[in-house]
Design a protein around this ligand. Structure first.
Ligand SMILES: Nc1nc2c(c(=O)[nH]1)N[C@H]1C(S)=C(S)[C@@H](COP(=O)(O)OP(=O)(O)OC[C@H]3O[C@@H](n4cnc5c(=O)[nH]c(N)nc54)[C@H](O)[C@@H]3O)O[C@H]1N2
Ligand SMILES: Nc1nc2c(c(=O)[nH]1)N[C@H]1C(S)=C(S)[C@@H](COP(=O)(O)OP(=O)(O)OC[C@H]3O[C@@H](n4cnc5c(=O)[nH]c(N)nc54)[C@H](O)[C@@H]3O)O[C@H]1N2
Ligand code: SF4
Ligand SMILES: [Mo]
Length: 750
């Protein structure tokens, strides 16, 4: 913190709202936020900011944001003290576990937890205390396919190959719209500025997307693709590389296993064979492959559009196959791995070799879906609650998640939640999901918490270490979320609601330190004795990390104190990404496994579906820079302006279906249980590929019992009320969120 005038203070904090992790400069006067702007000196984001960052003020001040726990009494949520809330949980939960066992509980964790060090590093302690296999997260609505594919190739779930945008000559973006989303599985603030710089130095940006997005508009070339067809496009590009002898592995040649197997596996996928399915012409597909091979340095980047489909794991895998076979893996200007200062598994343990990843250590009770990265698919929750029998889920924790809006078939989930014996939500709003909870425990405003990003430095365009101190003190008596989690874990373990979260944390840390440091444990405990909770975990992670001081053995290395001291200067820059193969690998073979058997097998399934008939109208999602999944529609600065929850329809489709611009239409999907429908206003747009309609997700704020005063005024339609919770990528368990067949008809307006 610095002082800018007698009454103003200036604070620097990383924005917790999306993966870009921009550094903010927050001016405060009399305990009020006066302004929020980009922090120009930030070593990583250099002053860039989007409208959501400014909305942190509205979030902090939102009267609907919960400041105290709520307990549901006679169907109504009433404010309660923290003691009352924990006592209620102790009264109701342990008897349920005693009667029905641990698997009668479930826990769901959502997107904002990725931006909270307390939730991210403590959530697992609650899951372990529960001892249930019913662990779910938004990862299976999102990036699990990418994590699985990367895990199989490189040996760890978070070893993600990232485009080296500042040095590349060609960036191929597939199923991502970073101009609206600000990037994902790739922490790259000001993507637009970096893409413009790429173009200015003669490089090219090429986009493949069923919508001519904001990113596509600025690109040098844009190709429409039929939703869900990416696996075919990518396989055909790989096929072309082999057929035209364009394959080159570059410096990783001695570290890659399986290129021959890939060649055999993609044989059926010639450009001619896939063109119709992709809605592209065969020459364009071949040319894309040639262009990649010809560019001195190129990077393929694909994101949620390629993950949330039936062949999401295959598509994610083939992206890195292309990067590898064009000699761009682990190369400056190609794709590289970040080297994070803390918490990265690919900087720990023996370099170059590891256990790799496995799936299916247990399975979902009802669907039989395999466990992936410790989780079962999010779309299994409703059926695990509904279906009677041993291990039926009767008690559920939700942590920073709103699956009633964010997960396919939200209405079914909503009904199922009503039948639970007990539900606890850690959340800052009474919303569409938490309205079902018996107890709601609020987290603090982001401005009332310290923060350090755990995951995103592992996905960053440049290496860095940045710490955010709290801007404001928290309300008297409100625990930090990690403390709430420790209390809940204690209740579940029978230690009682009176247990002291800090003492539990000390005891747990002492145990962890023994395991991690053996004979040095006492020295580590002594060296960190003034810290607690995630701050202590961070200190240990930084000091033992790749840039750390190793507890004094490398005196110039990083410590938490050094990172904290760099706050006003915008953090510590740790330089450009560098080649890391073979050291980064954690596969059992110590090689890049380019042809994992699980993926080759699934490719045969894809080959069989190549000739499946195309529905004549399908739906996909959309992101808008002023929206964030389901939970920021209550903030005035973002909610103002034109309604963003509209259905974009191509003029040809509009004419064929007699849909008028601005008029209300009914959108319907067929399901085994009968048709599902929502109503949305039509926006006729040339942006769309003919045959594809786009509706954003995260809307539908008209459900009884929620308290989102502003959002309820313009509720919008819930895309996920249309989508099917039974459609998944079988390998990763990821939900299918696009390319689903719909029908659409105009509604008579009153
Ligand atoms: N159809 C369709 N559906 C989608 C997507 C799509 O593209 N199309 N995208 C998917 C993706 S990528 C994701 S990540 C998921 C997101 O789905 P979820 O993970 O469920 O996230 P949100 O819907 O954003 O809900 C976030 C919840 O966290 C709460 N919250 C916010 N801040 C805090 C905090 O500090 N502490 C606590 N305890 N709670 C907090 C909010 O009030 C809200 O209840 O949605 C998915 N759903
Ligand atoms: N403003 C804003 N920013 C956000 C979020 C938000 O809700 N709003 N959510 C955050 C989250 S949780 C995430 S995961 C990231 C996601 O970040 P991105 O992946 O960049 O997300 P989108 O903007 O949805 O871009 C996905 C693109 O895929 C296209 N698409 C849909 N189906 C297909 C298909 O089958 N094939 C291909 N090739 N393309 C397809 C869509 O038209 C869309 O342009 O964004 C994050 N940032
Ligand atoms: S792009 Fe916007 S929402 Fe994302 S971190 Fe930056 S300021 Fe926050
Ligand atoms: Mo996401």
């Amino acid at each position: 913190m610095t002082t800018s005038s007698p009454t103003d203070t200036i604070h620097h904090r990383i924005c917790p709202l999306c993966e870009a992790c921009c550094g903010l400069e927050i001016k405060v006067r009399d305990q009020q936020v006066v302004s929020i702007r980009g922090h120009d000196a930030d070593v990583f984001s250099a002053g860039y900011i989007c409208p959501k960052g400014v909305a942190l003020k509205d979030l902090h001040e939102d009267p609907d944001r919960l400041r105290t726990p709520l307990i549901k009494r006679n169907g109504v949520h009433v404010p309660a003290t923290w003691e009352e809330a924990f006592a209620e949980i102790e009264r109701r939960l342990p008897p349920l576990i005693a009667a029905h066992g641990r698997n009668a509980t479930g826990i769901v964790v959502g997107n904002p937890s990725a931006h909270k060090i307390g939730l991210l590093t403590y959530f697992g302690k609650l899951a372990r205390a529960l001892g249930t296999k019913n662990v779910f997260s938004a990862s299976t609505l999102d990036q699990m396919p990418k994590q699985l594919a990367s895990g199989l190739l490189f040996g760890h779930w978070l070893s993600i190959a990232l485009p080296d945008i500042t040095r590349t000559d060609l960036l191929l973006v597939i199923g991502a719209n970073p101009l609206a989303s600000n990037g994902s599985m790739w922490t790259v603030p000001d993507f637009k500025g970096k893409a413009k710089a790429l173009q200015a130095r003669g490089g090219q940006l090429v986009v493949i997307d069923p919508r001519r997005t904001e990113t596509a508009v600025m690109a040098d070339a844009h190709h429409f693709i039929r939703p869900g067809a990416d696996v075919f496009l990518l396989a055909a590009m790989v096929n072309t590389l082999f057929a035209e002898k364009l394959v080159t592995l570059g410096h990783v040649v001695e570290w890659v296993n399986g290129a021959d197997d890939v060649q055999k596996a993609v044989a059926p996928f010639t450009a001619d064979a896939v063109a119709a399915r992709c809605g592209m012409d065969a020459d364009s597909i071949r040319n894309l492959a040639r262009q990649l091979a010809a560019a001195p340095r190129a990077a393929v980047y694909a994101r949620i559009g390629t993950c949330t489909q039936e062949y999401g794991s295959l598509a994610s895998w083939l992206v890195d196959v292309l990067n590898t076979l064009t000699g761009n893996l682990d190369k400056a200007g190609g794709v590289l791995f970040a080297k994070s200062a803390a918490f990265a598994s690919n900087t720990a343990g023996k370099p170059g070799i590891g256990k790799g990843v496995t799936t299916g250590r247990h399975h979902a009770r009802v669907s039989g879906a395999p466990e992936v990265y410790g989780e079962l698919p999010m779309t299994c929750i409703a059926e695990e609650i509904e279906n009677e029998g041993e291990d039926q889920v009767r008690a559920l924790f939700t942590v920073a998640t709103n699956p009633v809006l964010s997960s396919p078939n939200g209405p079914r989930l909503s009904k199922a939640l009503d039948t639970l014996d007990f539900m606890v939500s850690l959340d800052i709003y009474l919303n569409e999901t938490t309205r079902h909870a018996d107890v709601i425990l609020p987290g603090r405003s982001p401005l009332e918490e310290m923060h350090y990003d755990v995951a995103f430095p592992q996905l960053s365009w440049r290496n860095h270490a940045r710490y955010s101190p709290a801007v404001f003190a928290a309300p008297e008596g409100q625990p930090e979320e990690w403390q709430t989690i420790m209390k809940l874990a204690a209740i579940v373990q029978g230690k009682g609601a009176q247990a002291d979260a800090n003492a539990l944390d000390d005891a747990q840390f002492a145990e962890d330190a023994q395991r991690m440091f053996g004979e040095h444990a006492n020295a580590v405990i002594a060296a960190t004795k003034n810290l607690r909770g995630p701050s202590r975990g961070l200190e240990v992670a930084l000091r033992t990390g790749p840039y750390g001081d190793q507890f004094g053995r490398k005196p110039d290395g990083l410590t938490l104190a050094k990172v904290m001291a760099s706050n006003a200067a915008g953090g510590i820059d740790l330089g450009e990404l560098q080649p890391r193969i073979p050291e980064v690998l954690r596969t059992p073979s110590g090689k890049v496994e380019l042809a994992p058997p699980m993926l080759l097998q699934d490719l045969e399934r894809a080959a069989q579906s190549l000739s499946a008939p195309a529905p004549d109208l399908v739906i996909i999602g959309r992101r808008d820079v002023r929206s964030n999944n389901s939970w920021m529609h209550n903030l005035p600065i973002l909610a103002k302006g034109p309604m963003r929850c509209t259905a974009l329809v191509h003029p040809q489709d509009a004419a064929r279906l007699q849909l008028k611009d601005g008029a209300l239409a009914q959108i319907e999907t067929a399901s085994k249980q009968g048709p599902r429908s929502v109503q949305a206003h039509v926006q006729i747009s040339e942006e769309m590929m003919p045959g594809v309609v786009s509706l954003p997700h995260g809307w539908g704020h008209d459900l009884q019992g929620a308290k989102l005063t502003l959002a309820a005024q313009r509720p919008g339609a819930n895309l996920n009320a249309l989508l099917d919770d039974q459609l998944r990528d079988p390998l990763s368990g990821n939900a299918v969120l696009g390319g689903v067949a719909i029908t659409m008809r105009a509604l008579a307006t009153a």
